[in-house]
Design a protein around this ligand. Structure first.
Ligand code: PHE
Length: 329
């Protein structure tokens, strides 16, 4: 019997040394340590051992049990740890995963570019709300009460008094009410118009407003500033012209056109902005004395400007979020 116990122990040790993973360890457990395993079988045969030998054999059996169980536990722990570190193993030879990085929308890029040019010309940046009152969007800007721009056709009214601003000019009023001249700022932002959507117009677009108020501001300075801008933005040899125009909040008023010749198409003049000297009535509305101060203002649409610069012919594509288009910029 003692020999058998020794043999089992040897066989166990030998089997154990061949275990490579948790599966073969489980096979080992079933063979030796399960309820019908070799060790249990030896315990079974203890009843056939003579009375005199029993204590000795019993002791040897207990030692075998302790030995096998502890060796088994030890190896199991080791293999489980190894398994874990295998799970965490990073294969450094794998090719890297490509991370697609987004890009700034072409409108944001254009806005950034315009902001930078005007910053260089001494303008600061000021912003106002997109939800405006009739007072800021129209009344303070000298729109008469029956002006067609107030019509439901053009303006998204939210209530009787509040609306989505139709231009960035109300921000001029906010700035002039909040701060004392001299004032020199550009005011970028979204504007909204209730227009039929087409290749040329969309219900939402961006504008950059400009305002300069000080003593002795002249129309010549306005022209000089805008010419400096278009040259920096479109290139030194851009052809431009000013045309007399009308806005309720500027007097005199003008529009600036640039010569536009899309590839393979007939060239033509294209309007890019409205401008003029701040109407004295507007200065009075914001509490600035028109006898002391004069000012100029301008406002340009960003989409159109970007479309001209980058040769885009349908405004809607700027709002589609089509990656095939966006990734080109
Ligand atoms: N707010 C005018 C528009 O939306 C543009 C403009 C701004 C004209 C400032 C003159 C001065 O068309």
């Amino acid at each position: 019997m003692i020999d058998k116990i020794d043999e089992t122990r040897k066989s166990f040790d030998e089997n154990l040394s061949k275990v490579e993973n948790l599966t073969s360890l489980e096979d080992l457990r079933i063979k030796f340590l399960s309820r019908k395993g070799l060790v249990s079988q030896l315990f079974e045969s203890l009843k056939d051992v003579s009375k005199e030998e029993k204590p000795k054999v019993g002791q040897a059996l207990n030692q075998l049990k302790i030995h096998t169980q502890s060796k088994f536990d030890e190896l199991k722990e080791k293999l489980e740890k190894g398994q874990k570190s295998l799970d965490e193993f990073v294969d450094l030879t794998l090719p890297g995963r490509k991370r697609v990085i987004g890009s700034k929308h072409i409108i944001t890029q254009t806005l950034d570019e315009i902001k930078n040019i005007f910053k260089g010309l001494g303008f600061s940046i000021y912003e106002g709300p997109e939800l405006e009152s009739d007072y800021y969007n129209f009344e303070a800007l000298n729109f008469p009460p029956d002006h067609p721009a107030r019509d439901m056709q053009d303006t998204f009214f939210v209530t009787d008094k509040f609306l989505l601003r139709t231009h960035t000019s109300p921000v001029q009023i906010r700035l002039m009410k909040e701060k004392k001249p001299p004032l020199r700022a550009i005011m970028p932002g979204k504007v909204f118009r209730n227009e039929a959507i087409s290749a040329k117009s969309y219900c939402l677009f961006h504008q950059v407003e400009g305002l300069y108020v000080d003593t002795d501001v002249t129309f010549a300075e306005l022209k000089g500033t805008l010419v400096a801008f278009v040259k920096q933005f479109f290139g030194q040899d851009i052809k431009y012209r000013f045309r007399a125009s009308f806005f309720p909040f500027t007097e005199p008023s003008a529009e600036m056109d640039i010569w536009w010749e899309p590839k393979g198409k007939q060239g033509r003049w294209m309007e890019i902005l409205g401008c003029g000297m701040v109407d004295p009535n507007v200065l009075v509305n914001v509490g600035i004395d028109p006898e002391i101060y004069t000012g100029y203002a301008f406002g340009m649409g960003i989409e159109r400007t970007a479309m001209r610069k980058y040769g885009i012919d349908d405004i809607r594509i700027l709002f589609d979020n089509d990656k095939r288009f966006l990734t080109q910029f």
